[in-house]
Design a protein around this ligand. Sequence first.
Ligand code: GLV
Ligand code: MN
Ligand code: MN
Length: 418
Amino acid sequence: MTPALSNLQINSDRLWSTILETAQFGGTPKGGVRRLALSEEDRQVRDWFRAACEAAGLAVSIDQLGNMFALRPGKDAGKAPLGIGSHLDTQPTGGKFDGILGTLAALEVVRTLNDAGIETEAPLCVINWTNEEGSRFAPAMMGSAGHVADLPLAEILARTDAEGVSVGEALDAIGYRGEAPLGAQKLGGFLELHIEQGPILEAENLTIGVVEHGQGIIWYDGRITGFESHAGSTPMHLRKDALATLSEIVLAVETLAVELGPNAVGTVADIAIARQSRNVIPGEITFAAEFRTPDAGILAALDKGLQAAVARIAERRKVSVALDTIWRKEPTHFDPAITGAVAQAAQKLGLSHRPMVSGAGHDSFHLATIVPTGMIFVPCKDGVSHNELESATQADCAAGANVLLHAVLALAGDGGKA
Ligand code: GLV
Ligand code: MN
Ligand code: MN
């Protein structure tokens, strides 16, 4: 690599200004972002992203799930493009970095290559995956799940949000049901920059996480059916209280994760009590639960433990509990050639780094099932994410984007400038 090329840097101010600009689409008073998948705000940021990619000379195509692919030709048209990117949707009270950093850094890499007049050997494909968050429509990482055929198209299109709107209807409503067949955009590899969403890099005063593994995930939808009755006149031993049942299930999830830890987490959230009234014993509740761990054996044990605990609790309390596994993803192991390129890029740039396991889920987990894949992490303040307070420094975002740039040059080939 020539000295000029090995010193090449992305434009930190330009990257930062795109982060601030896109944060206005769904921006909240607390400085966060509410941009649910396939909402009007998602359409706005998608339109912005498409225009920015086209202005950078990229050819944008959209597939049947609204995944956006912005292609930059390489010297060798016979090579499959290297995919770079992440997602632009957010949690209901999300931040302006989760997913967005990786998508905009991929665009910034292309802008930097354009400015420097560099054509890589392999083409590059800047990607925005649909519905990574899984908050409006479950499961998470939906667009990439379709791309790798982990879930069938028809099943994804039929998934509904809390208002009964299907993914297909939502795609049509914002004009992003594309024509490109799902999975048609072939990739030679995939690399995603993301904030860590945890406390490790900050605590250790390190700049770059070289992500080698991703946690396995199980998502459940639960429904408890007890019996609604008078809160004053129903004796305790005759009750079929759905909320008291849920309380035991919540503690079972917590206890299992702690007992099978330290590398396991479990959460119950998204609880709805039907027909609530303060003097009616709750008779019907729906809830969501999940476990995550990097160990496949522990994931299986958590699942078995919860199924057994739920059966015991339901029998003792004489209520019925349906626990449906709506999503299961085994732990991910990223490709050593990609993680090696990330570590080398960090080393070359003089950035402190360490290997990491991703606590959060990412589209890269799906991509890793079909092509060599890797991820780069940068620190976020206090490890906070899925919160409007989510924050990262301009310097760390730029450092991550520079690692992405140099890993891309190594993996896609720097076009003979070496
Ligand atoms: C998505 O962000 C997840 O990790 O659940
Ligand atoms: Mn994300
Ligand atoms: Mn997220």
